[in-house]
Design a protein around this ligand. Structure first.
Ligand code: FAD
Length: 390
């Protein structure tokens, strides 16, 4: 007789939701985490206020080898469903920008809510002890936790990705996936600052300077702030494009997205004695304006520059190409892109197609959301989908 109906490995956002839903369906659930407390990433998320969902959630805001995979789960457990849960606990929230919802108070309220939901489902816990092995004898999964074995006919992989290892993040989900014959799409750091080297090192001297830009990588573009750092580029627009970026690709920046073509020539006519630097400083931080004018090699007055040169400057300022030499890696990546291949999972239930009663949910799966609450919504939705069928 197995000890439980389901064992869920990983008490993060996805595992907590899945355990609560299955538990409340009267399933006997054990939720296992090697960390000594659940939901650690939730607690630090959104600067401590947890950007818990996004009202604009749609599958096209997720990166995956199969762009349609997330549709089913996201369609069945929506942002509105999570908001209703949050409101039923009296947790006050507000919308910031771009549909991002945050707690007014603390991210701890979200964890407390999920723990309460788990308690309603009589979920059992194993925290602070390492999982030393997982086996499958055909009927039951056997999980060894520090030498003690527990069994259940169903197993859920919810151990996330390796982003921020100092918080206990590991690639354990991929080890388990491979053990059970599930393919893994090569994981890579995403929502991560990019680093600059070579002759772009100069831009590092702008550390702390931010500007509202359009950053792009290939055909994907985001209008949000970019921030120069002592290692390269960060800020929301850069984090967003980093999820699409591959080594060797340029990242384009439009520093003046609101200016119409010919604006520098207009400026030359109205303020001929102004320098390019001074003109740019009307729209950009002064130090950034200085470096851009320097890099363009245009230090004199506008009146001394031909219209052709000014048109060329405009073109470069709206298509400034940086070629990052890397990213800050898993140590700084908010999420991991790639992961357990969606080709091997049911999009309805998150069950492995070839191993009955094995499930994978949350960030462990090859579904990665944009910055702005999308990753939690995926964790809730995929956890809910599996929790319905365990
Ligand atoms: P996780 O939350 O990572 O949970 C995985 C769990 O598995 C962890 O508790 C871990 O301890 C456990 N685990 C790992 N390995 C093992 C093992 N070998 N044995 C046992 N247990 C193990 N997303 C948003 O939508 N909004 C935000 O505001 C936001 N802010 C973020 C801020 C930061 C700093 C970071 C790092 C991420 C943020 N994210 C945000 C992303 C979001 O936190 C993740 O996408 C989400 O937590 C994924 O949920 P998960 O349950 O799949 O994985």
């Amino acid at each position: 007789m197995p000890n439980y109906d389901a064992i869920i490995l990983g008490a993060g956002a996805a595992g907590l939701m899945c355990a609560a839903v299955a538990g409340q369906r009267a399933r006997r659930v054990l939720l296992v985490d090697h960390a000594d407390e659940p939901g650690k990433k939730i607690i630090i998320s959104g600067g401590g206020r947890c950007n818990f969902t996004n009202v604009n959630t749609a599958a096209d805001r997720y990166i995956s080898a199969n762009p349609h995979f997330a549709k089913s789960a996201l369609g069945r457990y929506t942002a509105a469903d999570f908001i209703a849960l949050v409101e039923s606990y009296g947790i006050a929230w507000h919308e910031k920008t771009l549909g991002q919802l945050f707690c007014d108070g603390s991210a701890k309220q979200i964890v407390a809510m999920l723990l309460d939901e788990c308690a309603k489902g009589r979920v059992d816990w194993s925290l602070g002890r390492a999982v030393t092995g997982v086996a499958h004898d055909g009927d039951d999964f056997r999980v060894s936790i520090d030498g003690r074995d527990v069994t259940a006919p169903a197993l859920v992989i919810a151990t996330g990705g390796p982003s921020i290892p100092r918080m206990g993040a590991t690639g354990f989900a991929y080890d388990l996936a491979r053990q059970f014959g599930l393919k893994v799409v090569e994981p890579r750091p995403a929502l991560v600052p990019l680093t600059l080297g070579g002759d772009e090192t100069l831009f590092r001297s702008l550390s702390g300077v931010a500007a509202d830009v359009v950053a792009s990588c290939g055909k994907t573009a985001f209008r949000e702030a970019a921030l120069f750092t002592h290692r390269g580029l960060s800020g929301p627009s850069i984090l967003q494009v980093s999820s699409y970026w591959r080594h060797g690709q340029p990242v384009g920046i439009d520093f003046l997205p609101d200016r119409d073509a010919g604006w520098l020539q207009d400026a030359k006519r109205t303020t001929p004695r102004a320098t390019l630097r001074k003109t740019l400083a009307g729209a950009l931080p002064d130090r950034l304006a200085e470096i851009l004018a320097e890099r363009l090699g245009m230090t004199g007055e506008l009146s001394a520059l031909t219209d052709k040169k000014l048109a060329e400057a405009e073109r470069r300022l709206s298509h400034w190409n940086f070629t990052p030499n890397g990213s800050e890696g898993y140590a700084k990546a908010e999420v991991t892109a790639g992961g357990i291949s969606t080709a091997d999972l049911s999009s309805q239930t998150m069950e492995a197609k070839r191993t009955k009663n094995l499930y994978a949910i949350g960030e462990a799966v090859d579904v990665t959301g944009w910055l702005g609450g999308y990753n939690f919504q995926w964790a809730w939705a995929s956890g809910w989908a599996a929790g319905q069928v365990l």
